[in-house]
Ligand binder design. Structure first.
Ligand code: ADP
Length: 265
């Protein structure tokens, strides 16, 4: 039996203005908080990305490459701090509309090895869910057994959670309508794929890999690679455009919504 948990990802490109450093998209955060409150989906865990908050500092100090130089330590602190402040904004917006949101730092319960989650202490999460809180996690700067520290993406967190918590469904809120045949921001002939089975997804990855256009494999396809495991486990997955009004509400309610559904078969 599935535990009926819903997992919701709010992409960094949705809740921040990706082209402006450390700039939250307040309008999107407030609207999404209202949609989430109105939908009353429970139990639910929300995971958000970093967008223009975490990424620039992480890039400057090369946090993702690991600890090589003492000067990077300050960058680690700054990256984590940036993510904490973004998390606070999301949590506050949710609390303001009456949802008992509870921000939890992934760096306090997860340790990676070579950037992949190795330790994942999910007890606080489970207890929080049990009493009806809504955990709000995020992509974070975390400690890594081999490389000292690493960037743990919200996408990896949500994929691991989906499997561990035996989630019923996974809703990925992105800044595009779903998965396209190519990056829609680069290729005007790209078209939206409304439904995909796991095997189609594998083929699509190979096809794009063969096309050797590295930019295209970024963003959405990196995301989709993380989603393979939960989809294999039968978690219903949908990617929708969270920048469009009511899409997240509809997805949470199980209503028809434009997007990409990915199923096991
Ligand atoms: P987020 O920050 O929301 O987690 P990213 O910005 O990392 O997401 O990834 C989403 C981006 O991936 C989209 O804005 C889009 O430009 C890009 N992308 C690349 N390839 C594709 C594709 N095949 N289909 C959809 N989007 C794609």
């Amino acid at each position: 039996m599935k535990s009926k948990i819903t997992l919701l990802k709010l992409g960094g490109s949705v809740i921040t203005k990706k082209d402006e450093a450390s700039t939250p998209n307040f309008q999107a955060i407030t609207r999404l908080a209202k949609e989430i409150c109105r939908a009353e989906a429970s139990p639910i865990i929300i995971v958000h990305g970093g967008g223009s908050y975490g990424h620039p500092t992480a890039r400057t100090y090369r946090i993702a490459e690991g600890f090589k130089d003492k000067r990077q330590l300050l960058g680690f602190s700054e990256t984590h701090e940036a993510m904490v402040s973004l998390n606070r904004l999301v949590v506050k917006a949710l609390v303001d509309c009456g949802l008992p949101a509870f921000g939890i730092a992934p760096s306090s319960f997860a340790v990676t090895r070579q950037r992949r989650i190795q330790v994942f202490e999910d007890e606080p999460l489970k207890q929080a869910l049990k009493i009806g809180l809504v955990p709000v996690l995020y992509g974070d700067a975390v400690l890594d057994y081999e490389q000292g520290f690493a960037i743990l993406s919200g996408d990896q967190i949500i994929a691991v959670l989906a499997v561990r918590m035996n989630a019923e469904r996974l809703i990925m809120g992105a800044d595009v309508d779903g998965l396209y045949t190519a990056d829609p921001k680069v290729d005007p002939s790209a078209h939206l794929i409304s439904h995909l089975a796991l095997k189609d997804l594998q083929q699509l990855r190979v096809k794009i890999g063969e096309a050797q256009v590295p930019d295209v494999t970024g963003g959405m396809l990196g995301k989709v690679s993380e989603l393979m495991l939960p989809i294999e486990h039968g978690v219903q997955t949908i990617i929708v455009n969270a920048l469009k009004q009511d899409n997240i509400y509809k997805a949470l309610k199980g209503e028809e919504v434009v997007g990409t559904k990915i199923t096991k078969t």
